[in-house]
Design a protein around this ligand. Structure first.
Ligand SMILES: *[C@@H]1O[C@H](CO)[C@@H](O)[C@H](O)[C@H]1NC(C)=O
Ligand SMILES: *[C@@H]1O[C@H](CO)[C@@H](O)[C@H](O)[C@H]1NC(C)=O
Ligand SMILES: *[C@@H]1O[C@H](CO)[C@@H](O)[C@H](O)[C@H]1NC(C)=O
Ligand SMILES: *[C@@H]1O[C@H](CO)[C@@H](O)[C@H](O)[C@H]1NC(C)=O
Length: 391
C-alpha cells in the first residue's frame, strides 16, 4: 500500500515529538543514508488476545482445527479463525517481522521476533469455570501475562538461545492487545446488556493494569485494539435476542452496537488514566471499530460484497449462520448429514464464519491501521518503521 499519500503525520512537527522520537529522528538524520534496507524501531511484537489474533495457540493446546480454515492463504488449517491471515499477521508483515509463533506451540516456534499469547475464546477476566464447558479458553489475560513474564525470565537467563529473544528486545518491542470481545459476548445472551455492563469497567482496567505490569518490566510501547461492532456479526444477529426495530438501516443491532461504543469509550478513558500514570509510555488506543463498522455498512466501498452474511456456514439466508453447525463442522439434522462449508469467494466477505473476519477484511483493517488515522494519541508508526507493503 502507499503510505506516503495517506501519511497523517504530515503535520507532525518534530518539536512536538516526545524525547524518544526526537532522539530517533536525530539519529536517523545523522546516520549515513547508505543502506536501503528497511528499518524498524520494533524488533519484536508480543501479543495478548483472543481468536481475533490467535495464530495457532489454542489449537496447539487443543488440536482439533479442521475444515476450510486457512483456505485462502495457508491452504490448510493454520490455527487461525479465518480463511487466511489476521490483522496481527499483516501487522508483523508491515513491520518486516515473521508471523508470530504461538507461545503454546511446542513444535517449530521461534520467539526471537516476539510471541503470541493469544488463544481463541480467551477473556480478560478469569472465566467462571462453568463457562469452560461452553467453550471459553483457560488462557485468560492474567495467564497470558504470566506466560510473557516466564518467557522473558527464561530469555534473560539464556544468554542467547537461538529461538529466544535477545534481552534488549523486551524494552523495545511493541506490545499489542486485542482482547475483551469474549468478556463482552459470552454472557450477553444470559445476562443481557445491563448485566454485562456491570463488569466491563473491570475488563478495561485489567487491560490497563496489565500494561502497567509490563511497563514495570521495561515495556514502553503498547497498542490496544478496541472492540468490534459485534451487533453486525452474523452469529450474534442469529443468536442474540432482538426485535427487528433494533436493526439499523445496515442490518446491524443498534442496542448491542451502542453498548460496544460505550465500552470503547470506557476503554479509551481507562487508557487515558494509565497514560497519565506512565508518562514515559506510549499507550495507543487503536480504533479498529470504526474501520470494521464501515466494512459492515458499506462493503462495496471497500471492494467487498457481503457485510452481515458469513462465508463459511450453514443455512443460507441473510446470515448463513447456524449455531448447531458452525464452519467446518458436520451434524446429523433430522436424518440428514449437514456440513457447514465455505463459500467459493471469501474475498467478497467481511465475515468468515459468522464471528471472525476474512483475510480480505483483516487486510483492509490493517491498511487502515497503518495510515495512523485511527491511533489515539497520534503515533508516528510510519516514521518509526519503514513499513513493508502488505499483500
Ligand atoms: C458460575 O456459573 C454458575 C453457573 O452459571 C453460577 O451458578 C455461579 O454463580 C457462577 N459463579 C460466579 C463466581 O460467577
Ligand atoms: C421487543 O419488543 C417488545 C415490545 O416492545 C419488548 O417487550 C421486548 O422486551 C423487546 N425484546 C428485545 C429483546 O428487545
Ligand atoms: C479517546 O479519548 C480522547 C481523549 O482522551 C479523545 O480525544 C478521543 O477522540 C477518543 N477517541 C475515541 C475513538 O473515542
Ligand atoms: C458427514 O459428512 C462429512 C463431510 O462429508 C463427513 O466427514 C462425515 O463423516 C459425515 N458424517 C456422517 C455421520 O455420515
Amino acid at each position: 500500500m502507499k503510505t506516503s499519500s495517506l501519511n497523517p503525520l504530515a503535520g507532525f512537527r518534530h518539536a512536538h515529538l516526545p524525547p524518544f522520537f526526537s532522539a530517533l529522528l536525530i539519529s536517523c538524520l545523522l546516520a549515513p543514508p547508505t543502506t536501503t534496507e528497511a528499518k524498524c524501531a520494533f524488533p519484536a511484537i508480543f501479543n495478548f488476545g483472543d481468536s481475533n489474533s490467535d495464530t495457532g495457540g489454542f489449537y496447539a493446546a487443543f488440536p482439533a482445527q479442521t475444515g476450510p480454515f486457512g483456505m485462502t492463504y495457508f491452504k490448510r488449517p493454520a490455527g487461525r479463525a479465518s480463511d487466511g491471515r489476521l490483522v496481527i499477521d499483516f501487522l508483523a508483515e508491515a513491520l518486516g517481522l515473521p508471523f508470530l509463533s504461538p507461545y503454546l506451540q511446542s513444535i517449530g516456534s521461534d520467539f526471537r521476533y516476539g510471541a503470541n499469547f493469544a488463544t481463541l475464546a480467551s477473556t480478560v477476566r478469569l472465566p467462571n469455570t462453568s463457562l469452560f464447558v461452553s467453550g471459553l479458553s483457560p488462557f485468560s489475560l492474567a495467564i497470558q501475562l504470566n506466560q510473557m513474564k516466564d518467557l522473558r525470565k527464561r530469555s534473560l537467563a539464556s544468554l542467547g538461545n537461538e529461538h529466544l529473544p535477545p534481552s534488549a528486545v523486551f524494552g523495545q518491542a511493541l506490545y499489542t492487545f486485542d482482547i475483551g470481545q469474549n468478556d463482552f459476548t459470552s454472557e450477553l445472551g444470559s445476562l443481557g446488556i445491563g448485566g454485562v455492563q456491570k463488569y466491563l469497567p473491570e475488563v478495561a482496567s485489567q487491560i490497563a493494569w496489565t500494561i502497567k505490569e509490563i511497563h514495570d518490566l521495561g515495556g514502553r510501547r503498547f497498542m490496544v485494539f478496541n472492540l468490534a461492532p459485534i451487533g453486525c456479526y452474523p452469529s450474534f444477529l442469529t443468536e442474540l435476542p432482538h426485535n427487528t426495530s433494533d436493526l439499523d438501516v445496515y442490518g446491524c443491532m443498534i442496542s448491542y452496537n451502542d453498548a460496544v461504543v460505550e465500552y470503547n469509550k470506557l476503554l479509551n478513558d481507562t487508557l487515558e488514566n494509565m497514560r497519565n500514570m506512565l508518562p514515559d509510555a506510549h499507550i495507543i488506543y487503536v480504533d479498529t471499530h470504526s474501520v470494521k463498522l464501515d466494512l459492515f455498512r458499506h462493503p462495496k466501498n471497500h471492494g467487498l460484497v457481503y457485510g452481515t452474511k458469513a462465508c463459511c456456514g450453514h443455512g443460507g439466508g441473510a446470515y448463513n449462520f447456524d449455531p448447531q453447525v458452525m464452519c467446518g463442522n458436520s451434524k446429523m439434522i433430522s436424518g440428514r448429514n449437514v456440513t457447514a462449508t465455505a463459500c467459493g469467494d471469501p474475498q467478497n466477505y467481511v465475515s468468515w464464519d459468522g464471528i471472525h473476519a476474512t483475510e480480505a477484511a483483516n487486510k483492509l483493517v490493517t491498511q487502515a491501521v497503518l495510515t495512523g488515522f485511527h491511533f489515539h494519541p497520534p503515533f508516528p508508526l510510519s516514521l518509526l518503521c519503514d513499513l513493508h507493503p502488505i499483500d
